[in-house]
Design a protein around this ligand. Structure first.
Ligand SMILES: *Cc1c(COP(=O)(O)O)cnc(C)c1O
Length: 477
């Protein structure tokens, strides 16, 4: 701690703004330079007043110019940028959910930098429909009569309810009134759509008679919602799509399902618990099914609605559809992803989300060995590199109970901790690096789950660790 009189001396020795600005490249806009310079100097003043800076050396012109340049660099780089996901959560909503294969991106690139037939019928030589690019393949893959794509699944659900049930009742089981992260809640979306939620059954058990007793002349839809991100276990009972369809048929009421994360391939051969695929839901009798493009499908953000032509046509004509319409880049990406699904084995190999989800434990083990080799090569002094079995998660609010056995690499910092560099400090510096690395902390150790780290990222990550460790050591010195 510095004495108060020293603090005044230190405050006076802060370099003058003009002298700093002279040394910043001319190419940077003047006002930005001034703003950032002021911020840095204010920060230094605060640190002096708190007694955290005790020598004039920390305030030398070169050092302060360096701080301003660093701050400018942080300000000028893109805010949204790539990072390494070492959490083992595959469809990580906060980290961008799904990754596109690079060749899919080429398709998006071509459509982005050229004019395209977005809404032009090349055969007829007149206006066409943007939906025509993905509707046929969606029908081919799912067996649906018709399809429509919108901005995301939340929009798909809202639009469907608004079109088919505004001012009328929609019957949903109390066990399916789910909240997805980010404020999407079935009861709230229902209210916004103008539909009236008619909840039936109990949280753990709903019977067919519960639906049947709630049907009246104002019932518009019977709706099933996938319990995406939670599970009810124990004394439970729910009504199958088949039974609901039969009930709907008798009363002439359509049955719809919000599948959330729609799977097009069955992952049970890869050790997954069974989840209905989009095809299965339609086959069981759903008149409409909606799902996300960027959850387990592994594509771009989109909401997909498939089902009966009569219902899909009504949704297409809703003026609200225009407000949630899909853009051309997403369409290009979605079409390319869907075409990979024509060969499901190909999809498991080429779509990163599916590849990571279906990656066997043995493969994660090999990757862990490779990562450990890279890390050891960095010669990280005082850091022990070891292995640990861990559990990866599907994420994205899908399959919450699904445990994917995986192999991680751990960094034990116990020999450095007395010097102030512990797992929390390193984790913070890893996030601050370029590219940032998002890791987990387990038992005071840094854990990298190798399932979500791509091959080419293995050497990059070890480089990032080295730099982060240096920064953490400097910060604690
Ligand atoms: C994820 C999810 C949604 C929202 O989908 P977005 O594509 O994120 O808008 C809606 N319903 C269910 C059941 C979900 O799991």
């Amino acid at each position: 701690m510095t004495e108060p009189q020293n603090r005044n001396e230190l405050l006076k020795s802060i370099p003058k703004t003009d002298r700093i600005l002279e040394r910043i490249p001319k190419s940077i806009p003047h006002t930005l330079k001034v703003t950032v310079c002021r911020e840095v100097l204010d920060g230094l003043r605060r640190q002096i007043l708190k007694g955290r800076i005790s020598s004039a050396e920390a305030l030398g012109l070169e050092r302060v110019v360096g701080l301003v340049k660093d701050a400018l660099e942080r300000r000028l780089r893109p805010s949204l940028r790539p990072l390494i996901n070492a959490t083992g959560v595959v469809v990580h909503t906060n980290l961008g959910r799904s990754l596109l294969p690079e060749d899919v991106f080429k398709q998006i690139f071509e459509v982005a930098v050229n004019y395209s037939n977005l809404e032009y019928d090349l055969e007829a030589g007149r206006r066409g429909s943007r939906y025509s690019h993905v509707e046929p393949i969606l029908c081919e893959l799912t067996g649906a009569e018709s399809a429509l794509v919108v901005n995301n699944n939340a929009a798909a659900v809202l639009l469907t309810l608004e079109t088919l049930a505004r001012g009328r009742e929609v019957i949903v089981s109390r066990g399916e009134l789910v909240e997805i992260g980010g404020s999407f809640r079935i009861p709230d979306v229902m209210a916004r759509s103008g539909a009236i939620l008619r909840e039936v059954g109990a949280t753990n058990r709903t019977h067919l008679r519960d639906y049947e007793n709630a049907i009246n002349e104002n019932t518009a839809l019977l709706m099933k919602v996938h319990q995406s991100n939670f599970a009810v276990v124990g004394f439970t009972s729910k009504v199958s799509m088949g039974e609901l369809k039969e009930l709907g048929r008798r009363h002439n009421i359509p049955v719809i399902e919000d599948l959330g994360s729609g799977n097009l391939v069955d992952l049970t051969p890869y050790g997954f618990t069974h989840e209905p695929t989009v095809q299965e839901s339609l086959k069981a009798g759903a008149d409409l099914v909606s799902f996300s493009g960027d959850k387990m499908l592994g594509g771009p953000q989109a909401g997909i609605i498939v089902g009966k032509t009569e219902l899909v046509d009504r949704i297409k004509k809703n003026p609200m559809n225009r407000a949630v319409r899909i853009d051309k880049l997403t369409l290009a990406g979605l079409e390319a992803i869907l075409s990979i699904y024509r060969n499901p084995e190909e999809a498991l190999k080429r779509i990163p989300t599916l590849k990571m989800l279906s990656m066997p434990y043995e493969e994660t083990k090999k990757r862990a060995q490779r990562l450990a080799r890279h890390l050891r090569r960095q010669g990280l002094e005082g850091v022990e590199v070891d292995y640990m079995d861990t559990i990866s998660r599907v994420g994205g609010g899908a399959m919450p109970l699904q445990e994917l056995k995986s192999r991680g690499v751990v960094l034990d910092l116990s020999r450095l901790s007395p010097k102030g560099v512990d797992a929390a400090a390193l984790e913070r510096e890893l996030r601050a690096g370029e590219p940032p690395v998002i890791a987990r902390i387990e038992d005071e150790r840094i854990l990298f789950d190798t399932r979500t780290i791509r091959d080419r990222e293995l050497p990059v990550l070890s480089e990032c660790v080295k730099m982060a460790l240096k920064r953490a050591e400097r910060a604690s010195a």
